[in-house]
Design a protein around this ligand. Structure first.
Ligand SMILES: C[S@@+](CC[C@H](N)C(=O)[O-])C[C@H]1O[C@@H](n2cnc3c(N)ncnc32)[C@H](O)[C@@H]1O
Length: 304
């Protein structure tokens, strides 16, 4: 069976945490009628595509991200999937026949074209996906002017046009409203019964360790606190939420930043193996936080 899944590689993809997120869903999640699923930091959408396939009782979803190239891509896949596939197939056939040197030049040309920011939605999305598949490590990183600056990545046979994923995603996105902006705007798009999943940019574990530049705006501690306040508002309105973040206390036992910010909610520490370090010896198990207003229990769960 063809499955919908993320159409881009995105730092912080949540595929590895899905089983733990599922355990925290409200008991009546699958039987709840008129359920609206809201994801204010959608990124690659690993949880979105999984949850929409698994729970057909979600009548509507609302997704949001501050990155306009990303949300334009979701809209293009929703409304113009055939045109997008044609454009990606053309790029793929032009690119794959080239040798390494010519591929690099082709990549840099397309990157400059993308950075003109003067393209129509379909072309913008085709280049966004092409760059994601062929750039170094599938990163999305912009400079202070908002220009995409990831270098060329050398892959033998990158899949630039994944037609089946685009079509499966397009079908699911028909029941999704796509917003571009700040996470807090999602409150204006709620339905009758609402469930929020928050996956914000993680708080860095050290000054140099973490990648955190999806957009030219920084998601700093002040933003984390603003998100904490937003979660309390969601809770007061009677909606359920789950939020993931890094476990800064795992790195520094004195660091109570999240334990204090979310003290009224349940905080789980989940072990996840993350390929975050090129040095194999330093790639270990990191704990991540799953925070929810479902119950007050504290559990320790091991994944993988
Ligand atoms: C960790 S990623 C999400 C990962 C995603 N859930 C996945 O599985 O791939 C965080 C996202 O938040 C977005 N973002 C950063 N600041 C934001 C803000 N103030 N409001 C909404 N989105 C924001 C970034 O563009 C990025 O896509």
């Amino acid at each position: 069976m063809i499955k919908a899944k993320p159409f881009v590689k995105w730092v912080g993809g949540k595929t590895q945490l899905i089983a733990e997120v599922e355990k925290l869903l409200p008991d009546d999640f699958s039987s709840c009628k008129e359920l609206t699923y809201i994801e204010p930091f959608v990124g690659g959408g690993a949880v979105l595509f999984w949850i929409l396939q698994k729970y057909p009782n979600i009548v509507r979803a609302v997704i949001n991200d501050i990155n306009p190239d990303l949300t334009t891509a979701y809209k293009t896949i929703k409304y113009n999937s055939r045109e997008l596939i044609e454009m990606l197939l053309k790029i793929q056939s032009e690119y794959l026949v080239l040798n390494e040197e010519k591929r690099k030049k082709y990549y840099l040309d397309k990157r400059s074209q993308f950075n003109t920011k003067e393209l129509g939605c379909v072309e913008n999305t085709a280049l966004f996906i092409y760059l994601n598949r062929t750039c170094f490590n599938g990163l999305y990183r912009v400079n202070s002017k908002g220009l995409f600056n990831v270098p060329f990545g050398s892959y033998a046979n990158p899949k630039i046009c994944d037609e089946q994923t685009i079509l499966a995603d397009s079908e699911l996105l028909q029941r999704v409203d796509i917003l571009t902006g700040d996470f807090s705007d999602t409150i204006n798009h709620i339905g009758k019964n609402n469930f929020f999943y928050f996956d914000p940019p993680y708080k860095p574990l050290s000054a140099t360790s973490s990648f955190n530049s999806y957009s030219k705006e920084d998601f700093n501690d002040k933003e984390q606190v603003r998100l904490g306040e937003f979660c309390r508002r969601i809770d007061q309105l009677g909606y359920s939420f789950i939020l993931s973040n890094s476990d800064v206390k795992g790195k520094n036992p004195q660091d109570d930043f999240f334990d204090e910010l979310y003290e009224q909610f349940e905080i789980q520490r989940v072990f996840a193996t993350r390929m975050v370090n090129a040095n194999a010896e330093k790639r270990g198990k990191l704990t991540e936080l799953l925070i929810t207003n479902q119950s007050k229990k504290v559990k320790y769960v091991e994944t993988i």
